[in-house]
Design a binder for this molecule. Structure first.
Ligand code: C2E
Ligand code: MG
Ligand code: MG
Ligand code: MG
Length: 274
């Protein structure tokens, strides 16, 4: 009976998500069999040039279907997968799927894949990426790896070494969730990042002067270091206008497009080509 109370109604309005019913143990079980049971999939969210509206590419985001058929939030299952190591295989599956989709649908934009610190530290990660790209006949430049500064990512020498290997392979390296962790400024200093994504928590909902100045300062810092700046989580025209004023390069958010299955974005790509 409890399944039919308030919370489940939410999913009617937002098919994207949410199921908070899983305990950590049942989640771990779900994750262990997610690939063979075809419970995971990838959706793609467009990233556009703010000036021209041109699509630069897409962020690949993992989706997990729970035992009751509803989606589990990545913010819920990713930490569990990182903790028990399942993220290594799940993350590889996402990258492989992204390669297959790019090859099959001849996508021309850049595809950015989220990589957990746990994956980056796993032995042979860079080699595995190189192998997948080669097997699908794809150019490394078409892929970006999003490293979140939330996790303890670049402090460890293993991870730093993997980043260098990936760079020399030609894969782009982006920094995700800038501003939320402790590693951000240090990462900027140590790594030649292609794009820095400012976390959406820094995007003001209204034009509060203090918040705007904060965001402006972050953008100026990144600009003075020659980084390309992306702001994520853009939901309103007002926010977009603010980012135009602040001269941001790239944006991503529900205002531009929600994460969608590859079939839905193929239309966008084709209309661009035509
Ligand atoms: P992220 O990498 O920062 O991804 C952006 C998140 O913001 C996505 O949530 C996306 O759906 C959401 N988002 C995009 N635009 C908007 C907007 O305008 N408003 C709001 N409120 N949200 C927006 P999602 O898909 O739930 O993923 C959450 C986090 O889970 C990701 O944050 C990333 O850290 C992690 N994640 C997702 N897929 C993967 C994956 O394949 N591997 C790894 N390691 N982590 C992943
Ligand atoms: Mg990301
Ligand atoms: Mg992000
Ligand atoms: Mg984020």
């Amino acid at each position: 009976i409890s399944k039919f109370t308030g919370r489940s109604r939410v999913t009617v309005y937002d098919p994207q998500i949410v199921d908070a019913d899983h305990s950590n143990e049942s989640l771990a079980g779900l994750l262990a069999h997610a690939i063979e049971r075809q419970c995971i999939s990838v959706v793609y969210q467009p990233i556009v040039q703010l000036g021209t509206g041109e699509v630069l590419g897409y962020e690949a985001l993992m989706r997990l279907k729970g035992s009751n058929g509803r989606l589990v939030k990545p913010d819920v299952f990713i930490p569990v997968a990182e903790q028990n190591g399942a993220i290594v295989e799940l993350g590889a599956w996402v990258f492989e799927q992204a390669c297959a989709d790019v090859a099959r649908y001849k996508l021309t934009g850049i595809v950015a894949v989220n990589i957990s610190a746990v994956q980056l530290k796993a032995p042979g990660f860079a080699l595995r990426v190189a192998e997948m790209l080669a097997r699908h006949g794809l150019a490394p430049r078409q892929f970006a790896l999003e490293l979140s500064e939330r996790g303890d990512i670049l402090g460890q020498s293993q991870a730093a070494q993997a980043v260098e290997q990936l760079r020399s392979l030609g894969v782009q390296i982006w920094l995700d969730d800038f501003g939320t962790g402790y590693a951000g400024i240090d990462c900027l200093r140590r790594f030649d990042l292609d794009i820095v994504k400012i976390d959406r928590s820094f995007l003001p909902e209204r034009q509060c002067a203090q918040d705007v100045r904060m965001l402006e300062g972050m953008i100026q810092l990144l600009r003075s270091l020659g980084r390309t700046v992306l702001v994520e989580g853009v939901e309103t025209e007002e926010q977009k206008a603010l980012l135009e004023e602040l001269d941001v390069d790239l944006i991503q958010g529900f205002l531009i497009g929600r994460p969608q299955p590859v079939g839905e974005i193929v239309g966008i790509e084709n209309s661009e080509v035509a």
